[in-house]
Write a protein that binds this ligand. Structure first.
Ligand code: S3P
Length: 168
């Protein structure tokens, strides 16, 4: 099977954007980040969109955005942590789950990054959200990578998988 795009999924702060940028460079693909595209199009931050229009509105923007982006091929696409839960990822995408434990994610995430995420403000609610979502992430993934290892190590694992299986 040859896929059109690589779509990175995983919990908030698991490193989808940083990993996606490196992956795209290594594989000579374009990189796009759904949250950044939405912020640019709406001219508001994710926090502002949640505050002004609510989560449901944000979810509808995510679905539109991933549908629009996947009309093109040859990209690495980083998604927000809730996108695969609330929206459907178009078929023909190689879905990679960045599978890191909740505590590893929290440890890696600087306060500045935590502040940008409305659903990460209450730690115990975020932990429950993580528990609720993790099986779905695994089920949706074409490939799950153990992201508790160092970031360069697991980027290597993803690149090897893609090149070995000749899926792009
Ligand atoms: C969300 C994750 C965020 C962002 C929004 C909601 C979620 O993206 O889309 O704050 O529901 O998990 P990151 O996964 O990049 O933090």
């Amino acid at each position: 099977m040859v896929y059109d795009n690589i779509v990175l999924i995983g919990f908030m702060g698991s490193g989808k954007t940083s990993v996606g940028k490196v992956l795209a460079r290594k594989l000579f693909k374009d990189f796009v980040d759904v949250d950044s595209v939405i912020e640019k199009e709406q001219n508001h931050s994710i926090n502002e969109i949640f505050d002004n229009n609510g989560e449901e509105y944000f979810r509808s923007l995510e679905q539109k955005c991933i549908d629009e982006l996947t009309k093109k091929k040859g990209q690495v696409i980083a998604t927000g942590g809730g996108l695969p839960i609330h929206s459907s990822i178009p078929e023909n995408s190689l879905v990679v789950y960045i599978d890191a434990d909740f505590d590893v994610i929290l440890k890696r995430l600087p306060d500045k990054e935590r502040d940008k995420r409305p659903l990460l403000q209450d730690e115990s609610r975020a932990r429950s959200l993580f528990e609720e979502r993790k099986d779905t992430y695994r089920e949706l993934a074409t490939f799950s990578v153990d992201a508790n290892q160092t970031i360069p190590t697991f980027i290597h694992v993803i690149v090897d998988y893609i090149l070995d299986k000749r899926v792009l």
